[in-house]
Ligand binder design. Structure first.
Ligand SMILES: [Zn+2]
Length: 156
């Protein structure tokens, strides 16, 4: 759980390169309490945004773009490990820097959290460990693939 106290804080969770054209999720009010992560689709429908926070870090936003034309029959989300068809799970890409984009295969609606909870409920287990692992995978992608400092350094 983390708290976004203002629109400015939400905007600043993204790197400067990802703040352009940022539109807030519909109906959002501050302060906003976020359990695990906040995800929404830009009005254009072609990009998704996710804001998460790991213990000891600051809220961190990632801008992801849909990659059309990738039509694998069944794929597995690298974040929540759910499998599904190409309408549900596919390649999303993000800027590592101005010359390089990196991809991740993930749920196209970013509803990883709900899927983890559904699976835990069906199995009669707690979702806590799986949710923690999910956030760690998001953090790893941000840090290792995109080079984002989760402490918030370098975002001004
Ligand atoms: Zn997922």
């Amino acid at each position: 759980m983390f708290r976004l106290t203002s629109e400015e804080m939400l905007v600043r969770s993204f790197r400067p390169r990802d703040r352009k054209d940022l539109e807030l999720p519909a109906g959002v009010k501050f302060p906003l309490f976020v359990r695990n992560y906040l995800a929404w689709r830009d009005p254009s429908g072609t990009s998704l945004r996710v804001v998460f926070s790991l213990p000891g870090g600051v809220p961190t936003g990632i801008l992801l773009k849909r990659n059309h034309g990738d039509k694998q029959p069944t794929q597995m989300c690298e974040w929540c490990h759910t499998t599904g068809g190409s309408d549900e799970i596919g390649l999303l890409t993000a800027d590592a820097n101005s010359r390089k984009r990196v991809g991740i295969v993930a749920c196209l609606d970013l509803r990883c959290q709900e899927k983890i909870e559904d699976a835990a409920n069906r199995g009669g287990k707690s979702a806590l460990d799986a949710e923690k692992a999910l956030l760690e995978r998001m953090g790893k992608f941000a840090r290792e693939a995109l080079g984002i400092d989760l402490s918030g350094a370098g975002r001004d």
